[in-house]
Ligand binder design. Structure first.
Ligand code: ARG
Length: 464
Protein backbone atom coordinates (compact mmCIF):
# COMPACT_ATOMS: atom_id res chain seq x y z
CA UNK A 1 0.00 0.00 0.00
CA UNK A 2 1.45 3.39 -0.89
CA UNK A 3 0.89 6.56 1.02
CA UNK A 4 1.36 9.68 -1.13
CA UNK A 5 -0.13 13.00 -0.18
CA UNK A 6 -0.95 15.50 -2.88
CA UNK A 7 -4.17 17.31 -3.70
CA UNK A 8 -3.71 16.77 -7.42
CA UNK A 9 -3.90 12.96 -7.19
CA UNK A 10 -7.37 13.04 -5.62
CA UNK A 11 -10.25 12.72 -8.07
CA UNK A 12 -12.06 15.27 -5.92
CA UNK A 13 -8.99 17.49 -5.32
CA UNK A 14 -10.20 20.41 -7.47
CA UNK A 15 -11.77 22.56 -4.75
CA UNK A 16 -9.14 21.86 -2.09
CA UNK A 17 -6.33 24.26 -1.29
CA UNK A 18 -4.18 22.07 0.94
CA UNK A 19 -3.35 18.38 1.08
CA UNK A 20 -5.34 16.08 3.35
CA UNK A 21 -3.82 15.69 6.78
CA UNK A 22 -1.73 12.51 6.69
CA UNK A 23 -3.58 10.91 9.58
CA UNK A 24 -7.00 11.92 8.26
CA UNK A 25 -6.10 10.36 4.95
CA UNK A 26 -5.44 7.01 6.62
CA UNK A 27 -8.36 7.44 8.99
CA UNK A 28 -10.91 8.01 6.22
CA UNK A 29 -9.56 5.43 3.76
CA UNK A 30 -11.35 2.15 3.27
CA UNK A 31 -9.07 0.59 0.68
CA UNK A 32 -7.41 -1.57 3.33
CA UNK A 33 -10.60 -3.59 3.60
CA UNK A 34 -12.84 -2.73 0.62
CA UNK A 35 -10.24 -3.92 -1.91
CA UNK A 36 -11.90 -7.28 -1.51
CA UNK A 37 -14.74 -5.83 -3.61
CA UNK A 38 -12.48 -5.28 -6.65
CA UNK A 39 -14.00 -8.08 -8.68
CA UNK A 40 -17.56 -6.88 -8.20
CA UNK A 41 -16.50 -3.25 -8.62
CA UNK A 42 -15.04 -4.04 -12.04
CA UNK A 43 -18.05 -6.15 -13.04
CA UNK A 44 -20.33 -3.24 -12.11
CA UNK A 45 -18.17 -0.78 -14.06
CA UNK A 46 -18.17 -2.95 -17.18
CA UNK A 47 -21.97 -3.11 -17.09
CA UNK A 48 -22.16 0.65 -16.52
CA UNK A 49 -19.87 1.38 -19.49
CA UNK A 50 -21.84 -1.02 -21.68
CA UNK A 51 -25.07 0.75 -20.80
CA UNK A 52 -23.52 4.19 -21.38
CA UNK A 53 -22.53 3.09 -24.89
CA UNK A 54 -25.96 1.64 -25.61
CA UNK A 55 -27.66 4.93 -24.76
CA UNK A 56 -25.05 6.92 -26.71
CA UNK A 57 -23.19 8.59 -23.84
CA UNK A 58 -19.99 6.73 -24.75
CA UNK A 59 -18.90 5.72 -28.23
CA UNK A 60 -18.52 2.04 -29.02
CA UNK A 61 -14.79 2.56 -29.22
CA UNK A 62 -14.61 4.24 -25.82
CA UNK A 63 -16.64 1.43 -24.33
CA UNK A 64 -14.30 -1.21 -25.75
CA UNK A 65 -11.27 0.67 -24.51
CA UNK A 66 -12.75 0.97 -21.02
CA UNK A 67 -13.78 -2.69 -20.83
CA UNK A 68 -10.40 -3.93 -22.04
CA UNK A 69 -8.69 -1.58 -19.60
CA UNK A 70 -10.82 -2.81 -16.70
CA UNK A 71 -10.10 -6.44 -17.58
CA UNK A 72 -6.39 -5.60 -17.58
CA UNK A 73 -6.69 -3.90 -14.17
CA UNK A 74 -8.42 -7.02 -12.85
CA UNK A 75 -5.62 -9.19 -14.23
CA UNK A 76 -3.06 -6.91 -12.53
CA UNK A 77 -4.84 -7.26 -9.19
CA UNK A 78 -5.11 -11.02 -9.54
CA UNK A 79 -1.43 -11.28 -10.48
CA UNK A 80 -0.53 -9.34 -7.33
CA UNK A 81 0.80 -6.50 -9.46
CA UNK A 82 -1.50 -3.78 -8.24
CA UNK A 83 -0.22 -1.12 -5.84
CA UNK A 84 -3.17 -0.09 -3.69
CA UNK A 85 -2.88 3.52 -2.69
CA UNK A 86 -4.26 4.90 0.57
CA UNK A 87 -4.40 8.40 -0.87
CA UNK A 88 -6.89 7.08 -3.42
CA UNK A 89 -9.10 6.23 -0.46
CA UNK A 90 -11.08 3.25 -1.61
CA UNK A 91 -11.30 0.41 -4.10
CA UNK A 92 -13.38 2.47 -6.51
CA UNK A 93 -10.91 5.32 -6.94
CA UNK A 94 -7.94 2.95 -6.99
CA UNK A 95 -9.40 0.95 -9.85
CA UNK A 96 -10.47 4.04 -11.77
CA UNK A 97 -7.09 5.73 -11.39
CA UNK A 98 -5.32 2.63 -12.63
CA UNK A 99 -7.71 2.40 -15.56
CA UNK A 100 -6.84 5.96 -16.54
CA UNK A 101 -3.12 5.21 -16.17
CA UNK A 102 -3.59 2.35 -18.60
CA UNK A 103 -5.94 3.79 -21.24
CA UNK A 104 -5.54 7.52 -20.81
CA UNK A 105 -8.23 10.15 -20.85
CA UNK A 106 -11.07 7.78 -21.87
CA UNK A 107 -10.71 6.17 -18.42
CA UNK A 108 -11.97 9.43 -16.91
CA UNK A 109 -15.28 9.00 -18.76
CA UNK A 110 -16.23 5.82 -16.91
CA UNK A 111 -17.63 7.74 -13.94
CA UNK A 112 -20.17 9.60 -16.12
CA UNK A 113 -23.68 9.32 -14.72
CA UNK A 114 -22.76 7.56 -11.52
CA UNK A 115 -21.26 8.29 -8.11
CA UNK A 116 -19.31 6.23 -5.64
CA UNK A 117 -22.48 6.25 -3.58
CA UNK A 118 -24.50 4.13 -5.99
CA UNK A 119 -21.34 2.31 -7.04
CA UNK A 120 -20.52 1.05 -3.56
CA UNK A 121 -24.13 0.12 -2.83
CA UNK A 122 -24.11 -1.94 -6.04
CA UNK A 123 -20.76 -3.56 -5.26
CA UNK A 124 -21.85 -4.74 -1.83
CA UNK A 125 -25.04 -6.21 -3.23
CA UNK A 126 -23.14 -8.06 -5.97
CA UNK A 127 -20.63 -9.33 -3.41
CA UNK A 128 -23.28 -10.39 -0.93
CA UNK A 129 -25.38 -12.13 -3.58
CA UNK A 130 -22.41 -14.31 -4.53
CA UNK A 131 -21.60 -15.08 -0.91
CA UNK A 132 -25.23 -15.93 -0.18
CA UNK A 133 -25.09 -18.52 -2.96
CA UNK A 134 -21.94 -20.08 -1.50
CA UNK A 135 -23.44 -20.09 1.99
CA UNK A 136 -26.70 -21.62 0.73
CA UNK A 137 -24.71 -24.50 -0.75
CA UNK A 138 -22.75 -25.14 2.45
CA UNK A 139 -25.98 -25.06 4.42
CA UNK A 140 -27.45 -27.59 2.00
CA UNK A 141 -24.41 -29.85 2.47
CA UNK A 142 -24.73 -29.68 6.24
CA UNK A 143 -28.43 -30.48 6.04
CA UNK A 144 -27.79 -33.50 3.80
CA UNK A 145 -25.17 -34.81 6.25
CA UNK A 146 -27.52 -34.35 9.16
CA UNK A 147 -30.23 -36.34 7.38
CA UNK A 148 -27.82 -39.21 6.71
CA UNK A 149 -26.81 -39.30 10.36
CA UNK A 150 -30.44 -39.11 11.53
CA UNK A 151 -31.35 -42.04 9.30
CA UNK A 152 -28.42 -44.07 10.61
CA UNK A 153 -29.49 -43.35 14.19
CA UNK A 154 -33.26 -43.68 13.73
CA UNK A 155 -33.45 -46.58 16.21
CA UNK A 156 -30.83 -45.36 18.70
CA UNK A 157 -32.38 -44.52 22.04
CA UNK A 158 -31.16 -41.66 24.21
CA UNK A 159 -32.62 -39.69 27.07
CA UNK A 160 -34.55 -36.62 25.95
CA UNK A 161 -34.08 -33.70 28.31
CA UNK A 162 -35.99 -30.78 29.69
CA UNK A 163 -34.12 -28.54 32.16
CA UNK A 164 -31.16 -30.79 31.22
CA UNK A 165 -32.78 -33.43 33.43
CA UNK A 166 -33.78 -36.77 31.94
CA UNK A 167 -37.35 -36.38 30.73
CA UNK A 168 -38.49 -39.08 28.28
CA UNK A 169 -36.67 -41.42 25.95
CA UNK A 170 -36.24 -40.19 22.40
CA UNK A 171 -34.39 -41.53 19.40
CA UNK A 172 -31.10 -39.92 18.52
CA UNK A 173 -32.33 -39.59 14.95
CA UNK A 174 -35.28 -37.57 16.19
CA UNK A 175 -33.03 -35.31 18.24
CA UNK A 176 -30.85 -34.69 15.16
CA UNK A 177 -33.91 -33.82 13.11
CA UNK A 178 -34.68 -31.04 15.58
CA UNK A 179 -31.39 -29.45 14.49
CA UNK A 180 -32.36 -30.10 10.92
CA UNK A 181 -35.61 -28.14 11.28
CA UNK A 182 -33.77 -25.10 12.63
CA UNK A 183 -31.46 -25.19 9.61
CA UNK A 184 -34.43 -25.43 7.24
CA UNK A 185 -35.76 -22.18 8.63
CA UNK A 186 -32.31 -20.59 8.41
CA UNK A 187 -32.04 -21.59 4.76
CA UNK A 188 -35.49 -20.11 4.06
CA UNK A 189 -34.49 -16.86 5.74
CA UNK A 190 -31.32 -16.72 3.65
CA UNK A 191 -33.18 -17.16 0.38
CA UNK A 192 -35.77 -14.63 1.39
CA UNK A 193 -33.05 -12.11 2.20
CA UNK A 194 -31.47 -12.75 -1.22
CA UNK A 195 -34.58 -11.33 -2.91
CA UNK A 196 -34.01 -7.95 -1.31
CA UNK A 197 -30.25 -8.06 -1.88
CA UNK A 198 -30.74 -8.66 -5.59
CA UNK A 199 -32.06 -5.20 -6.49
CA UNK A 200 -29.87 -2.65 -8.30
CA UNK A 201 -29.08 0.82 -6.90
CA UNK A 202 -26.86 1.85 -9.83
CA UNK A 203 -28.24 4.98 -11.51
CA UNK A 204 -29.13 6.67 -8.23
CA UNK A 205 -25.79 8.46 -8.64
CA UNK A 206 -24.91 10.60 -5.63
CA UNK A 207 -28.49 10.77 -4.34
CA UNK A 208 -30.86 12.40 -6.85
CA UNK A 209 -30.26 10.47 -10.06
CA UNK A 210 -28.42 11.81 -13.09
CA UNK A 211 -29.05 14.10 -16.04
CA UNK A 212 -27.66 11.61 -18.58
CA UNK A 213 -30.16 9.49 -20.52
CA UNK A 214 -29.27 6.28 -18.64
CA UNK A 215 -31.26 3.07 -18.97
CA UNK A 216 -31.14 1.32 -15.64
CA UNK A 217 -32.93 -1.76 -16.93
CA UNK A 218 -29.92 -2.50 -19.15
CA UNK A 219 -27.43 -2.45 -16.27
CA UNK A 220 -29.80 -4.44 -14.07
CA UNK A 221 -30.10 -7.13 -16.71
CA UNK A 222 -26.34 -7.22 -17.39
CA UNK A 223 -25.62 -7.64 -13.69
CA UNK A 224 -28.29 -10.28 -13.08
CA UNK A 225 -30.35 -8.09 -10.75
CA UNK A 226 -34.08 -8.74 -10.56
CA UNK A 227 -34.84 -5.05 -11.11
CA UNK A 228 -33.51 -1.53 -10.47
CA UNK A 229 -34.41 0.10 -7.13
CA UNK A 230 -37.32 2.57 -7.08
CA UNK A 231 -35.94 5.57 -5.20
CA UNK A 232 -32.54 7.15 -5.62
CA UNK A 233 -32.27 8.52 -2.08
CA UNK A 234 -33.14 5.17 -0.54
CA UNK A 235 -30.81 3.36 -2.96
CA UNK A 236 -27.63 5.04 -1.76
CA UNK A 237 -28.48 5.25 1.91
CA UNK A 238 -30.01 2.09 3.30
CA UNK A 239 -28.08 -1.00 4.22
CA UNK A 240 -31.08 -2.95 5.49
CA UNK A 241 -30.27 -5.80 3.11
CA UNK A 242 -26.93 -6.27 4.88
CA UNK A 243 -28.64 -6.06 8.26
CA UNK A 244 -31.10 -8.71 7.14
CA UNK A 245 -28.24 -10.95 6.11
CA UNK A 246 -26.55 -10.42 9.48
CA UNK A 247 -29.81 -11.22 11.19
CA UNK A 248 -30.02 -14.50 9.26
CA UNK A 249 -26.40 -15.14 10.25
CA UNK A 250 -27.00 -14.37 13.92
CA UNK A 251 -29.88 -16.83 14.06
CA UNK A 252 -27.92 -19.50 12.21
CA UNK A 253 -24.96 -19.06 14.55
CA UNK A 254 -27.26 -19.09 17.56
CA UNK A 255 -28.61 -22.42 16.35
CA UNK A 256 -25.11 -23.75 15.71
CA UNK A 257 -24.05 -22.59 19.17
CA UNK A 258 -26.81 -24.67 20.74
CA UNK A 259 -25.86 -27.66 18.61
CA UNK A 260 -22.23 -27.08 19.62
CA UNK A 261 -23.09 -26.96 23.29
CA UNK A 262 -24.68 -30.39 23.05
CA UNK A 263 -21.74 -31.84 21.14
CA UNK A 264 -19.39 -30.50 23.80
CA UNK A 265 -21.51 -32.00 26.58
CA UNK A 266 -21.94 -35.31 24.79
CA UNK A 267 -18.22 -35.80 24.18
CA UNK A 268 -17.45 -35.28 27.88
CA UNK A 269 -16.62 -38.32 30.01
CA UNK A 270 -19.70 -37.53 32.10
CA UNK A 271 -22.12 -37.99 29.18
CA UNK A 272 -19.97 -40.02 26.79
CA UNK A 273 -22.79 -40.18 24.20
CA UNK A 274 -20.73 -39.53 21.06
CA UNK A 275 -17.26 -39.58 19.67
CA UNK A 276 -15.86 -36.95 17.34
CA UNK A 277 -13.08 -38.16 15.04
CA UNK A 278 -9.59 -37.03 16.07
CA UNK A 279 -9.27 -34.81 13.00
CA UNK A 280 -11.89 -32.45 14.43
CA UNK A 281 -10.31 -32.25 17.89
CA UNK A 282 -7.10 -31.03 19.46
CA UNK A 283 -5.08 -32.02 22.50
CA UNK A 284 -3.68 -30.28 25.54
CA UNK A 285 -0.02 -29.33 25.80
CA UNK A 286 0.03 -30.29 29.46
CA UNK A 287 -2.62 -33.01 30.01
CA UNK A 288 -1.79 -36.01 27.83
CA UNK A 289 -5.23 -37.60 28.18
CA UNK A 290 -7.15 -34.63 26.74
CA UNK A 291 -9.05 -34.64 23.48
CA UNK A 292 -10.91 -31.37 23.22
CA UNK A 293 -13.96 -30.69 21.02
CA UNK A 294 -12.44 -27.46 19.68
CA UNK A 295 -14.57 -27.18 16.56
CA UNK A 296 -17.92 -27.01 18.38
CA UNK A 297 -16.39 -24.85 21.10
CA UNK A 298 -15.07 -22.34 18.55
CA UNK A 299 -18.33 -22.26 16.63
CA UNK A 300 -20.12 -21.59 19.91
CA UNK A 301 -17.63 -18.81 20.63
CA UNK A 302 -17.82 -17.25 17.18
CA UNK A 303 -21.55 -16.76 17.65
CA UNK A 304 -20.60 -13.78 19.81
CA UNK A 305 -18.91 -11.86 17.04
CA UNK A 306 -21.67 -12.55 14.52
CA UNK A 307 -24.38 -11.45 16.94
CA UNK A 308 -22.19 -8.41 17.65
CA UNK A 309 -21.94 -7.53 13.95
CA UNK A 310 -25.74 -7.50 13.70
CA UNK A 311 -25.88 -4.96 16.51
CA UNK A 312 -23.03 -2.97 14.89
CA UNK A 313 -24.94 -2.59 11.64
CA UNK A 314 -28.24 -1.80 13.32
CA UNK A 315 -26.52 0.87 15.37
CA UNK A 316 -24.65 2.15 12.32
CA UNK A 317 -27.95 2.70 10.50
CA UNK A 318 -29.91 4.06 13.44
CA UNK A 319 -30.68 7.74 13.19
CA UNK A 320 -28.87 8.35 9.87
CA UNK A 321 -30.46 11.16 7.90
CA UNK A 322 -30.99 10.65 4.17
CA UNK A 323 -29.13 10.06 2.00
CA UNK A 324 -25.56 8.66 1.89
CA UNK A 325 -23.36 9.34 4.90
CA UNK A 326 -19.76 8.35 5.38
CA UNK A 327 -20.96 6.27 8.34
CA UNK A 328 -21.93 3.66 5.78
CA UNK A 329 -18.30 2.94 4.99
CA UNK A 330 -18.35 1.17 8.35
CA UNK A 331 -20.78 -1.45 7.00
CA UNK A 332 -18.05 -3.48 5.34
CA UNK A 333 -15.91 -4.97 8.06
CA UNK A 334 -18.81 -6.36 10.10
CA UNK A 335 -20.44 -7.70 6.95
CA UNK A 336 -17.23 -9.26 5.61
CA UNK A 337 -16.43 -10.85 8.94
CA UNK A 338 -19.96 -12.20 9.22
CA UNK A 339 -19.65 -13.80 5.79
CA UNK A 340 -16.22 -15.28 6.57
CA UNK A 341 -17.28 -16.58 9.96
CA UNK A 342 -20.49 -18.17 8.74
CA UNK A 343 -18.71 -19.83 5.81
CA UNK A 344 -16.01 -21.22 8.10
CA UNK A 345 -18.46 -22.53 10.69
CA UNK A 346 -20.69 -24.13 8.07
CA UNK A 347 -17.74 -25.80 6.38
CA UNK A 348 -16.48 -27.21 9.66
CA UNK A 349 -19.95 -28.48 10.56
CA UNK A 350 -20.74 -29.91 7.12
CA UNK A 351 -17.44 -31.83 7.25
CA UNK A 352 -17.82 -32.94 10.86
CA UNK A 353 -21.48 -33.89 11.29
CA UNK A 354 -21.47 -37.01 9.07
CA UNK A 355 -18.44 -38.24 11.05
CA UNK A 356 -20.19 -38.13 14.45
CA UNK A 357 -20.13 -41.58 16.05
CA UNK A 358 -23.00 -42.39 18.40
CA UNK A 359 -22.24 -44.48 21.48
CA UNK A 360 -25.62 -46.19 21.49
CA UNK A 361 -25.00 -48.32 24.61
CA UNK A 362 -24.12 -45.31 26.72
CA UNK A 363 -27.10 -43.34 25.48
CA UNK A 364 -29.41 -46.24 26.19
CA UNK A 365 -27.97 -46.73 29.66
CA UNK A 366 -28.47 -43.04 30.47
CA UNK A 367 -32.10 -43.21 29.32
CA UNK A 368 -32.65 -46.33 31.40
CA UNK A 369 -31.24 -44.76 34.56
CA UNK A 370 -33.30 -41.61 34.60
CA UNK A 371 -36.88 -42.96 35.10
CA UNK A 372 -37.51 -41.76 31.57
CA UNK A 373 -40.58 -44.00 31.15
CA UNK A 374 -42.44 -42.55 34.16
CA UNK A 375 -44.82 -40.67 31.85
CA UNK A 376 -45.50 -43.92 30.01
CA UNK A 377 -46.55 -45.54 33.28
CA UNK A 378 -48.88 -42.62 34.02
CA UNK A 379 -50.38 -42.88 30.51
CA UNK A 380 -50.81 -46.63 31.07
CA UNK A 381 -52.86 -45.98 34.23
CA UNK A 382 -54.92 -43.30 32.49
CA UNK A 383 -55.75 -45.70 29.69
CA UNK A 384 -57.06 -48.08 32.39
CA UNK A 385 -59.37 -45.41 33.79
CA UNK A 386 -57.27 -43.63 36.44
CA UNK A 387 -57.61 -39.80 36.27
CA UNK A 388 -54.32 -38.26 35.07
CA UNK A 389 -53.63 -36.32 38.29
CA UNK A 390 -54.01 -39.50 40.38
CA UNK A 391 -51.85 -41.43 37.94
CA UNK A 392 -49.17 -38.72 38.29
CA UNK A 393 -49.25 -39.12 42.08
CA UNK A 394 -49.04 -42.91 41.90
CA UNK A 395 -46.08 -42.86 39.55
CA UNK A 396 -44.37 -40.19 41.67
CA UNK A 397 -44.46 -42.55 44.61
CA UNK A 398 -43.13 -45.43 42.53
CA UNK A 399 -40.26 -43.21 41.35
CA UNK A 400 -39.45 -42.22 44.95
CA UNK A 401 -39.26 -45.91 45.81
CA UNK A 402 -37.01 -46.49 42.78
CA UNK A 403 -34.71 -43.63 43.83
CA UNK A 404 -34.38 -45.11 47.32
CA UNK A 405 -33.72 -48.57 45.89
CA UNK A 406 -31.54 -47.38 42.95
CA UNK A 407 -33.79 -49.22 40.53
CA UNK A 408 -35.59 -48.09 37.40
CA UNK A 409 -39.36 -48.69 37.05
CA UNK A 410 -38.73 -51.45 34.53
CA UNK A 411 -36.52 -53.24 37.09
CA UNK A 412 -39.28 -53.53 39.72
CA UNK A 413 -41.33 -56.68 40.11
CA UNK A 414 -45.02 -56.71 39.31
CA UNK A 415 -45.79 -57.14 42.99
CA UNK A 416 -43.72 -54.08 43.87
CA UNK A 417 -45.47 -51.98 41.26
CA UNK A 418 -48.89 -53.20 42.36
CA UNK A 419 -48.21 -51.76 45.83
CA UNK A 420 -48.73 -48.35 44.20
CA UNK A 421 -51.83 -49.34 42.20
CA UNK A 422 -53.60 -52.67 41.92
CA UNK A 423 -54.68 -51.75 38.39
CA UNK A 424 -51.15 -52.46 37.21
CA UNK A 425 -50.89 -55.82 35.42
CA UNK A 426 -48.22 -57.88 33.63
CA UNK A 427 -48.66 -55.87 30.39
CA UNK A 428 -47.13 -52.83 32.13
CA UNK A 429 -43.66 -54.01 31.18
CA UNK A 430 -44.41 -53.38 27.50
CA UNK A 431 -44.74 -49.67 28.19
CA UNK A 432 -41.90 -49.47 30.66
CA UNK A 433 -39.28 -50.52 28.13
CA UNK A 434 -37.44 -47.79 26.27
CA UNK A 435 -38.30 -49.30 22.88
CA UNK A 436 -42.00 -49.45 23.80
CA UNK A 437 -41.88 -45.85 24.94
CA UNK A 438 -40.41 -44.42 21.73
CA UNK A 439 -42.44 -46.67 19.45
CA UNK A 440 -45.65 -45.52 21.10
CA UNK A 441 -45.05 -41.92 19.97
CA UNK A 442 -45.95 -42.85 16.45
CA UNK A 443 -47.44 -39.74 14.84
CA UNK A 444 -46.22 -36.90 12.64
CA UNK A 445 -43.46 -35.12 14.54
CA UNK A 446 -43.13 -37.91 17.13
CA UNK A 447 -39.96 -39.76 18.11
CA UNK A 448 -40.87 -43.30 16.91
CA UNK A 449 -38.13 -44.75 14.66
CA UNK A 450 -40.57 -45.14 11.75
CA UNK A 451 -41.56 -41.50 12.07
CA UNK A 452 -37.90 -40.50 12.00
CA UNK A 453 -37.37 -42.49 8.80
CA UNK A 454 -40.47 -40.95 7.24
CA UNK A 455 -39.33 -37.44 8.26
CA UNK A 456 -35.90 -38.07 6.71
CA UNK A 457 -37.53 -39.19 3.46
CA UNK A 458 -39.74 -36.09 3.35
CA UNK A 459 -36.82 -33.81 4.12
CA UNK A 460 -34.66 -35.39 1.42
CA UNK A 461 -37.36 -34.73 -1.12
CA UNK A 462 -37.60 -31.11 -0.05
CA UNK A 463 -33.81 -30.73 -0.09
CA UNK A 464 -33.64 -31.99 -3.68
N1 ARG B 1 -15.64 4.15 0.49
C1 ARG B 1 -16.96 4.64 0.49
C2 ARG B 1 -17.90 3.69 1.25
O1 ARG B 1 -17.53 2.63 1.47
C3 ARG B 1 -17.46 4.78 -0.91
C4 ARG B 1 -18.49 5.83 -1.09
C5 ARG B 1 -17.90 7.14 -0.76
N2 ARG B 1 -18.73 8.21 -1.12
C6 ARG B 1 -18.46 9.47 -0.75
N3 ARG B 1 -19.27 10.38 -1.14
N4 ARG B 1 -17.46 9.75 0.06
O2 ARG B 1 -18.99 4.05 1.63
Amino acid sequence: MTDSNTTSEKPWGGRFSEPTDAFVERFTASVGFDQRLYHHDITGSIAHATMLAEVGVLTAEEKTQIIEGLEAVKADIEAGEFQWSVSLEDVHMNVEARLTDRIGVTGKKLHTGRSRNDQVATDIRLYLRDEIDVIAEELQRLRAGLLDLAEREADTIMPGFTHLQTAQPVTFGHHLLAWYEMLVRDAERLLDCRKRVNVMPLGAAALAGTTYPIDRSITARLLGFDRPTENSLDSVSDRDFAIEFCSFAALLMTHLSRFSEELVLWTSAQFDFIDLPDRFCTGSSIMPQKKNPDVPELVRGKTGRVNGHLISLLTLMKGQPLAYNKDNQEDKEPLFDTVDTVKGCLKAYADMVPAIVAKADNMREAARKGFSTATDLADYLVKKGVPFRDAHEIVGKAVAFGVAESRDLSEMTLAELQKFSDIIAEDVFEVLTLEGSVQARDHLGGTAPDQVRAAVARARQQLG
